[in-house]
Design a protein around this ligand. Structure first.
Ligand SMILES: NC(=O)C1=CN([C@@H]2O[C@H](COP(=O)(O)OP(=O)(O)OC[C@H]3O[C@@H](n4cnc5c(N)ncnc54)[C@H](O)[C@@H]3O)[C@@H](O)[C@H]2O)[C@@H](O)CC1
Ligand SMILES: Nc1ncnc2c1ncn2[C@@H]1O[C@H](COP(=O)(O)OP(=O)(O)O)[C@@H](O)[C@H]1O
Ligand SMILES: [K+]
Length: 501
């Protein structure tokens, strides 16, 4: 549960359970405020003049309580309130009463008069879009060069979806409490948060058992225990055999990169299945990866008789025609797990139900590994299979979740904030990677890394999460100048760190 993300509603529940177990709300607020004051001291120690902005709820209460602490530390603070303190209720009213320092209405706030602004306008309780004077203030603050430390979330960012509601503050740093929220990881929220620190305010981890969160940060804690690493006496077939379908002679590179990634990711064997016309091109470039001719569906049926070939990739460079559909359906109906990427996804754009039916019929695989199908769309490909979901007013995590439930597939919805969702409702949000991943072919490598995990019998959701995490880490390890071919070569370093972890 270390990787759990809490929606604002779930966080409210964590708060409620903690209060019910005997910790008064004002104590939680004091601890939250102490964490904010500590973040000011450690991150913005040089700031001489500090403004704290207080909204109408407990986020504002945190600002009052933090102002009181900073003032006791001798800092020059001034508080600006959206509503007069006598209109506050509950813990926020208590905190406002306890603060005896300078306060003024928000209309008097001029960002340039300060070296640091602490944003306590809205946090988890943001329930509608910002409007009117608050929007003007946010715009003015964002246009100034004054750094902002946000309490819980930058005001205007949805903690659930990361969306900007009306307008949102751009923070340099954010202090949140107990666990991250999806909005800290999903764009544009992630970019607006700056550095995120999570403070312990005395909420016990055991509240999570009752809350049963379904969103997670994609970290090794989520899947590390499900990875199958080579055993001392292991055989290559223990680590599975990944197969990647090659496209025609002029489009073979993508499949080879995916196959190389499958080997580097730990599959015991990897084979490219190639149409006859591309055999020589593929043969000229392959060494550790093997090659077999697969000209049509009948040949595929025969090849599938070798039950050791247990994980397939279809799509990179393949061509988006009827052939792709026939192969995908054959692989699924033969009980193998399949990563469907790129052209493989596009091939089903006019008949997505045929794909979803095949995935439902394939069920949950051997020993309940999880779904047989993994879909790896970027936003454009996603729209081809799920046009209604692409257009719905949904956050990215819910979009991916609904797609996973509809298709009975694990869906990897790619981008800077890649979401991995399972039909059972789990969703993991990834934070590894660099902008250098936006390079031709990097998605092909990801498909191969997923197949590597599937070949090694990692359950489907965990396989997808691990692959996305490693893909990002490989990019981080390489640094600037990355092209897709560099990624497989970085995987050994990523695995070494993971094993040492
Ligand atoms: N849940 C917890 O465990 C803890 C919560 N704390 C703080 O409490 C915050 C949540 O407090 P609240 O639930 O009171 O919520 P907020 O303080 O985030 O905001 C709710 C208030 O803002 C108003 N509001 C919402 N959207 C608005 C909009 N667009 N324009 C104008 N007004 C709007 C609401 O009517 C309500 O008065 C957290 O973000 C955190 O800072 C901390 O005190 C520590 C403990
Ligand atoms: N700005 C970014 N930051 C981090 N990762 C990114 C960014 N842009 C793209 N990616 C990742 O790079 C990969 C690109 O895959 P894809 O769009 O299929 O490209 P291609 O078809 O060229 O292989 C995905 O894993 C995606 O999540
Ligand atoms: K805030």
């Amino acid at each position: 549960m270390d990787a759990a993300l809490l929606t604002p509603t779930e966080m409210g529940e964590a708060d409620r359970l903690t209060i019910a177990a005997g910790t008064p709300g004002i104590v939680l607020m004091e601890r939250a405020a102490k964490a904010v004051a500590d973040a000011v001291e450690t991150g913005f120690g040089d700031a001489a003049r500090i403004a704290l902005l207080a909204g109408p709820g407990n986020n504002g209460g945190d600002a009052y309580a933090a102002a009181a602490i900073l003032e006791r530390h001798g800092r020059d603070v001034r508080l600006f309130h959206l509503v007069p303190s006598q209109e506050l209720t509950g813990d926020a009213a208590i905190a406002a009463k306890a603060y005896g320092g300078q306060a003024a209405p928000l209309a008097d706030f001029q960002p340039q008069e300060f070296d640091l602004v602490v944003d306590g306008l809205f946090g988890a309780g943001l329930s509608r879009a910002l409007e009117g004077k608050v929007v003007d203030l946010v715009d003015q603050l964002n246009a100034s060069a004054v750094p902002v430390l946000a309490i819980d979330l930058p005001s205007g960012i949805s903690g659930t979806s990361g969306a900007v509601l009306g307008a949102a503050i751009e923070a340099e740093a954010t202090v949140s409490f107990f666990r991250r929220k999806p909005g800290h990881l999903l764009e544009p929220g992630r970019s607006r948060c700056g550095r995120v620190a999570i403070a312990d305010i005395g909420i016990e981890a055991d509240v999570l058992a009752e809350i049963a969160p379904t969103s997670f940060e994609n970290r090794p804690a989520l899947w590390r225990h499900r990875l199958m690493l080579p055993t001392q006496a292991g055989h290559k077939y223990d680590r599975g055999h990944a197969v990647v379908f090659s496209g025609p002679a002029s489009q073979t590179g993508a499949a080879r990169m995916a196959a190389m990634a499958a080997l580097r990711g730990g599959a015991g064997l990897a084979t490219v299945f190639s149409p006859a016309s591309a055999i020589l091109v593929n043969a000229a470039h392959l060494t550790a990866v093997m090659l077999k001719r697969c000209e049509n569906a009948a040949e595929l049926e025969t090849l599938l008789e070798d039950g050791r070939m247990n994980a397939f990739v279809l799509g990179p460079g393949f061509g988006a025609g009827e052939g792709a559909r026939a192969y995908a359906e054959a692989v699924l109906s033969a009980g193998r797990r399949l990563v469907l990427d790129a052209d493989g996804i596009t091939a089903f754009q006019d008949m997505p139900d045929a794909l979803f039916d095949a995935a439902v019929a394939a069920g949950n695989g051997r020993e309940d590994d999880g779904p047989a199908l993994v879909l790896t769309p970027h936003a454009g490909e996603f729209k081809r299979l799920f046009p209604d979901l692409a257009e719905a007013e949904l956050g990215k995590a819910d979009r991916a979740r609904k797609a996973a439930a509809r298709s009975n597939a694990v869906v990897i919805l790619k981008g800077r904030d890649t979401v991995i969702a399972a039909p059972d409702g789990r969703a993991a949000i990834n934070a590894t990677g660099t902008a250098w991943l936006a390079t031709a072919g990097s998605g092909d490598v990801l498909a191969g890394l997923v197949a590597a995990q599937l070949a090694q019998n990692t359950p489907t959701f965990e396989a997808a999460c691990a692959a996305v995490w490693m893909h990002g880490k490989a990019a981080e390890a390489f640094g600037p100048g990355l092209i897709a071919e560099d990624l497989p070569a970085m995987v050994p370093k990523v695995l070494a760190d993971l094993i040492a972890f």
